[in-house]
Design a protein around this ligand. Sequence first.
Ligand SMILES: O=C(O)C(=O)C[C@]1(C(=O)O)C=C[C@@H](O)C=C1
Length: 304
Amino acid sequence: MRSADAPSPENQPAAAGSAPADPAAALTGLRADIDRIDAAMHALLIERGEIIDRLVEVKRSRATEGGSAFRPAREASMMRMIADRHRGILPLDTVEGIWRVIISTFTYVQAPYAVHADLASGEAAMRDTSRFHFGFTVPFVAHMGAGAVVSAVAGSKGDLGLVPAFAPPGAGPWWTALEGDNAPKIIARLPFVERADHPAGLPVFCIAHPVTDGAVTEVEMWSVRVAGWNAGAARALAPLAETLAVPDRGLDGAALLVSIPLAGEVGLDGVLGALRACGASVRSAALVGSHASRYVHAPAGAAR
Ligand SMILES: O=C(O)C(=O)C[C@]1(C(=O)O)C=C[C@@H](O)C=C1
């Protein structure tokens, strides 16, 4: 069998600028090549499904495996490999979207789940993000507010939640509901592959029951409650860690969701120290998840 990525010799494209002697025959031949490639890709997807069947059996035999099929670390590394090896005229967005749908749908066939999304800060962008990353086979459930999303995930067997990775005006401290060993956790930040013109670029946190296998811990997410929150503390934190801050319990209380890269120099102690140095007192700090570090992709030749 000829390799799917090599055009048949008789269908080699004419050299640039030179028209083929028989354009109709050339078109027929090129379409035959496209049919051959489509059939090979389809056969590979069917074979991928058979591999997933075997993978499910292996997972069942391992004590470490939980009920959910999500493996965020594996997904992040796959998306990075895909972005790195991509070339040619097909836009990276398309390649990324195709693989997101492949992976999410194969996750779904392993263990069905729904995606609960918070539409409170706009429906169109959140729907686009959900469909881009999870396709149309995985059911989409709309909610108004991140708290409702967290509750839906907590009450489900293995569903996912999507909430904006920013605090819209009036948002509450939804992440405090992630405190506690058995509460849902942040397991990913999407999109995996970040770039300025991403077609589904709304930054979202992905929430699920705690991942027992395959969690990615490059960035830890901490829920921190402080009293004495003030403008100086907010300014001191800004260069140290990405933080969502909303009012909490009384006039000068704040609930913070702090992203702390494990490879970074600051760490949780540095963040808490900076808060204290500005007169804020730290009431509690709880780990509420982790995710892969941002993978910023720039086109070849552009600065990363
Ligand atoms: O590698 C796994 O554990 C899989 O379940 C396979 C697969 C995939 O389709 O590639 C699906 C779900 C996981 O989140 C990661 C990858």
